[in-house]
Design a protein. Sequence first.
Length: 128
Amino acid sequence: MKKENTLLELLIGIIFSGVVTQIIVAIILKNYLYNAIGLWSGVAVACFMAIHMKRSIEDALDLGEEDGVKHIRKGYGVRMTVVAVAVIVILISKIGNPITLVIGILPLKFSAYAQPIIHNVLLWFKNH
């Protein structure tokens, strides 16, 4: 049976994007720790979202059509609630930059598109 590595590849893409974004943010913006806390909080939220999304989809596939759709919607609500709570905590505590937090979540989308490339790169390294 083939082992499914899509989630791992997605997480690698999120973290790699976070590192690249951190370098860019450090060059452009000054308050390094403030911006880094926001960015890496966003990366952590993006990783949570990827893991939760995978589990929600797997669970929904085991349910009937109607219950599966309800489960997917509920999972989406949970993920958006976590994003909202993270933004509110950062805004209230002022421990990190809320803008870099949102920027830290964006690699989730980038990683979804880059996952086939990451898959091929990892296969190349495995075979060489």
